[in-house]
Design a protein around this ligand. Structure first.
Ligand SMILES: Cc1cc2nc3c(=O)[nH]c(=O)nc-3n(C[C@H](O)[C@H](O)[C@H](O)COP(=O)(O)O)c2cc1C
Length: 249
């Protein structure tokens, strides 16, 4: 519980090597995760090579330095390639070139990634996820030589922490939990739920720096704006088509 409750993302890593048994535990924890039909339709690409990490950082993660500097970068991929090949070898016709199969595989992949993160943190390592994987899936496919029916879903950088990062706030439980059925939010509920987050001085700074009216606009106008959401949606859909996951007819 302590590992879970004390989680903070770590973006600066020391040069201390991650020993093989520590990495093995992380992989075993990932593999132990629940997964659809026990098919394990994911793969984990472990990157230690500096040239590859630099390439991933530049072309795959918008230059976010933790990717280049972490001792290990793990790219978690939805993978129907291996399972499809097994079916083909066994005279079993695979039907996994569609969106549902991809979507299912992303769930398995994410569960494996989070298990890996918890195992890493329980052994004293720090982790950070990188959502840039979804913006630059095509570039990562190229760098990591991912074949058809394999798409990167998320990336974690890991290593021993070289910073003490502050615990970030979370919404109150009433924001995320509904009893028995969903109770929709009144304006008053929304005011109440977001009041604490909006009062955080650091966030007030973002609002001032970007000349905005409030914190919600930091998300809608800067961090996750419509234009980027649409541009990268189209790019990702193209990648899914190219990787053979959009045969839905
Ligand atoms: C799917 C996903 C994508 C993320 N992408 C990035 C990223 O690209 N860069 C980054 O610095 N942190 C990234 N993060 C880390 C979040 O910013 C972080 O988890 C969140 O702000 C909460 O902070 P905490 O993890 O320290 O509690 C990502 C986290 C997740 C789960």
């Amino acid at each position: 519980m302590n590992t879970l409750f004390e989680h903070t993302s770590i973006r600066k890593f020391s040069s201390k090597k991650i020993e093989e048994p520590v990495l093995e535990n992380i992989i075993e924890a990932a593999a132990r995760g629940s997964n659809t039909g026990n098919m394990q339709i994911y793969s984990i690409v472990v990157t230690r090579d500096q040239t590859l990490k630099t390439e991933l950082c530049k072309r795959g993660h918008f230059g976010q330095a933790s990717i280049e500097k972490a001792p290990i970068v793990m790219t978690f991929c939805a993978d129907l390639n291996r399972f499809t090949k097994w079916c083909e070898l066994r005279n079993a016709e695979p039907g996994y070139d569609n969106f549902l199969s991809f979507y299912t595989a992303t769930i398995d992949t994410t569960i494996a990634a989070q298990n890996a993160c918890i195992a890493a943190e329980a052994q004293g390592l720090g982790i950070c996820y990188f959502g840039t994987t979804n913006y630059c899936a095509d570039e990562i496919i190229d760098i990591l030589h991912l074949p058809k029916h394999v798409v990167p879903v998320t990336t974690i950088a890991l290593g021993y922490p070289d910073e003490k990062s502050k615990k970030t706030e979370r919404l109150p439980h009433k924001a995320i939990v509904h009893s028995e059925t969903y109770t929709d939010f009144s304006n008053e509920d929304i005011e109440n739920i977001y009041a604490e987050k909006e009062a955080i001085p650091e966030y007030q700074g973002y609002i001032r720096d970007n000349n905005l009216e409030n914190l919600a606009q930091v998300f809608t106008k800067v961090r996750y704006n419509t234009k980027n959401n649409k541009t990268f949606s189209k790019k990702l859909l193209e990648t899914l088509k190219k990787q053979g996951f959009m045969n839905n007819d």
